[in-house]
Design a protein around this ligand. Structure first.
Ligand SMILES: [Zn+2]
Length: 277
């Protein structure tokens, strides 16, 4: 199994860190987690056609995680996709997808009529919504989904991916969360979000943002001085950090802070970094 970080950023635009998105793949299977801004460009960069993706999993419906959903679908049509899209996501995903498809319906119908492509299966979007937790199998990958805590976002999920005795845990967006530590136990790789507190403290005093805004953003993410503790308690073999808030930071410093708790150096995620499990 392989994990490829397609986008390691957050809502702030940064050309080095695209919006949140990851690819989990084996020889047989390709699964996307989230579809942040720039996902199709990153897939093209690694020569993965959107026509070949087996399923899309959504951690939650914050815009930075889903903003390129229609781009993913339309570009897969242009890439001659001949199978339906299968999307797994939290409660609300059905409504969200329906609205997005509706927004482009007239334009799409006109294109279908005019461009006369052989298949319109790319526009056949099947959505399945998560319960509190559960298991799904996509070819040779077993997926386990579980709730994390990103309130006030009502429905937010983390995932485990299993293949050939290997386990990959993806935190999704979450504040420090017991359920995550429970499900991430002994993961070969834990891909975790991080809010870099020491960097955000600098921004607080140099930009026009209220202390309350900064506080609230921090409050539903996992600060850098806690993520190492979570990795330690989870006993994960490798900790990979992503979803950096902010997107520019002192890497050496972040590693030092996390290592103090985790006991090992974390891997600082980068767009298109691939990790084999
Ligand atoms: Zn979020």
């Amino acid at each position: 199994m392989k994990l490829t970080l397609l986008g390691t950023g957050c809502p702030k635009v940064d050309h080095r860190r695209f919006g949140p998105s990851n690819l989990i793949s084996t020889k047989k299977t390709k699964i996307l987690v989230d579809c942040g801004s720039g996902i199709t460009q990153r897939l093209e960069e690694i020569k993965i056609s959107t026509a070949t993706i087996d399923a899309l999993f959504l951690t939650h419906l914050h815009s930075d995680h889903v903003v390129d959903l229609y781009q993913l679908i339309i570009s897969s049509w242009h890439s001659y996709r001949v199978k339906p899209w299968i999307i797994y996501g939290p409660v609300g995903t059905k409504k969200f997808v329906k609205k997005i498809m509706h927004a482009w319906q007239d334009e799409r119908n006109q294109r279908i009529k005019y461009e006369l492509r052989s298949s319109i299966q790319a526009f056949n979007v099947k959505v399945k919504e998560f319960k509190n937790f559960g298991n799904i199998k996509i070819k040779d990958i077993k997926i386990q989904y579980f709730e994390v805590d990103h309130k006030p976002v009502k429905y937010a999920f983390g995932f485990n991916f299993f293949n050939k005795n290997k386990k990959l845990t993806i935190s999704g967006d979450t504040r420090p969360c017991d359920n995550l530590m429970k499900y991430a136990q002994k993961a070969d790789v834990l891909l975790h979000e991080v809010y870099i507190d020491e960097e955000m403290k600098k921004i607080e005093f140099s930009e026009m943002r209220s202390i309350k805004t900064i506080h609230n953003v921090k409050d539903y993410h996992t600060p850098s001085y806690i993520v190492g503790k979570i990795a330690k308690i989870s006993r994960c073999k490798k900790l990979v950090l992503t979803h950096f808030v902010p997107t520019s930071f002192n890497e050496k410093n972040l590693k030092k802070i996390v290592k103090k708790d985790y006991g090992k150096n974390p891997i600082i995620g980068k767009d298109l970094l691939t990790i084999k499990l």
